[in-house]
Design a protein around this ligand. Sequence first.
Ligand code: SF4
Ligand code: SF4
Length: 108
Amino acid sequence: MSNSCESIEVPYIASNLERCMCSRCPVQSKSSCALEKIENFKNEVSKLKEGKSPTPQNVPGVYCSAGEAFCKDLNVEKNCICNTCSVWKENNLNNACIFEHYCSHGRA
Ligand code: SF4
Ligand code: SF4
């Protein structure tokens, strides 16, 4: 019997960037690289409302869509909180072959 998981393409769009839970995740909480991006990202929120999405390099999240994190000081031993995210639920990422730790495993 084959294991039926799938590759799921999560849209890289403003509404997903806004809802992403990565900024509250313990995996990033001690990363100076991620914390700086999280702080800068707060200033991007007004642009998000216009439908403009910043480049993935500047976004400390939506790794399910954008792929692996640019920051290399994440603590991936900590639990991923993607399963608390509405983007995760909406895209049925529980069925994806990669269903957590997108920041280190890459996109869904
Ligand atoms: S599923 Fe995870 S990586 Fe994707 S938007 Fe939600 S918290 Fe971010
Ligand atoms: S992908 Fe998961 S583990 Fe990585 S920062 Fe986002 S919520 Fe945390």
